[in-house]
Design a protein around this ligand. Sequence first.
Ligand code: G6P
Ligand code: MG
Length: 219
Amino acid sequence: KLEAVIFDLDGVITDTAHLHFQAWRQVACEIGIEIDETFNNTLKGISRGESLRRILHFGGCEAAFTQPQRDALASRKNGIYVDSLSQLTAQSILPGIHELLLELRERQIPTGLASVSLNAPTILNMLGIAELFTFCADAGRITHSKPDPEIFLAACDGLGVSAQRCIGIEDAQAGIDAINACGMHSIGIGAGLQHAGLRLTSTDQLTWPCLSAFWQHAQ
Ligand code: G6P
Ligand code: MG
């Protein structure tokens, strides 16, 4: 029996992946580093501090920034990002997600959130769907970003389910790798994802019949 469905947030529930990109692009630009969408794909699912480290590395200037300077850059990025979140409303939920969450609740299938974003609780509240999640893993207690499975295992732990009996949904390669690493069944949303158990092009394909067929097939 399917015990739970565990969701990533940014890029699966709402399109904040793009807002993360815009904020990083601005901060990177201010220190003379130009990043594009392709590079940004490698930051999806990666914590704030580690994302900054990758940007500095990409710009060839990792050694030039002290920890206090990095902390300042990371908090500048978060300030820009949090400001941009004021645009979010219930309309910002990606197609099909609200319907799926309601259907899972009706079927009494627990739902979990596995996002390494410290802003995740705020975002779920702004979208008005916080109460549709049975358990949200606390990103503040996580020591390893995806592709480490830590956040997904924390979600399973909080839900009291075994990873092998769950479906995980992700838009990032690091996230698919994290799901696969803990033995969960992975669904990837978007192009260019490898090793996903099922790949969909958009969240509106994430219907209960689709999940249920995937689950049956995986047994
Ligand atoms: C998610 C996003 C990343 C982001 C990370 C940390 O994993 O995909 O782009 O860097 O969360 O988010 P935060 O809101 O804590 O900076
Ligand atoms: Mg994501």
